[in-house]
Design a binder for this molecule. Structure first.
Ligand code: FEO
Length: 177
């Protein structure tokens, strides 16, 4: 059974993943309105992924005998200057999530909670992947700048990325939830 300190920290992580999901949904809507349909669909998909991250934590808390709290979250940002600002915000958010996961890993170690420590390893690996992905997207956008033709190609590539991610997901053995 998890202790109260771990339960509180895990529920804070639930709220953080829930906020990421809401933020990426708001970004997807903004992108769709601006005609970036491929990038919008990538972020609708990313929003769904964040919800699976949230639910995985939520079910873990309950399975471990704790109390899962369905979080109230602040309203996400819904207006952006451009595509670059969207991805800069995402990268900052993902870095915050990684820090928070690292804090949880340290806490579970201090509390000698080996089960939670083991459970969190999935998130450690996931954050490494997510940070690398968003860093590479940001690098691409920096190269593209305001070039309309290149942005058009970028948007098409982002749509393809959704398909690739979904194929990888369906090929992976374990479910994420
Ligand atoms: Fe679930 Fe992208 O952090």
């Amino acid at each position: 059974m998890i202790n109260k300190k771990i339960e509180k920290a895990l529920n804070e992580q639930v709220a953080m993943e829930c906020f990421s999901s809401a933020q990426y949904l708001a970004m997807a809507a903004w992108l769709e309105n601006k005609g970036f349909e491929g990038t919008g669909s990538f972020l609708y998909n990313q929003s769904d992924e964040e919800r699976t991250h949230m639910l995985k934590l939520f079910h873990y808390i309950l399975d471990a005998g704790g109390k899962g709290v369905s979080p109230g979250i602040k309203e996400p940002k819904s207006d952006f200057k451009n595509l670059h600002e969207v991805f800069e915000n995402i990268y900052i958010q993902e870095q915050k999530v990684s820090q928070s996961i690292n804090h949880l890993v340290n806490l579970s170690h201090e509390e000698k909670d080996h089960t939670t420590h083991n459970f969190l390893q999935w998130y450690v690996a996931e954050q490494l992947e997510e940070e690398a992905l968003f860093r590479s997207i940001l690098d691409k956008l920096k190269m593209i700048g305001d070039n309309g033709g290149a942005l058009y190609v970028f948007d098409k590539d982002m749509k393809d990325l959704v398909g690739q991610k979904n194929i990888l997901k369906s090929q992976s053995t374990g479910s994420k939830i």
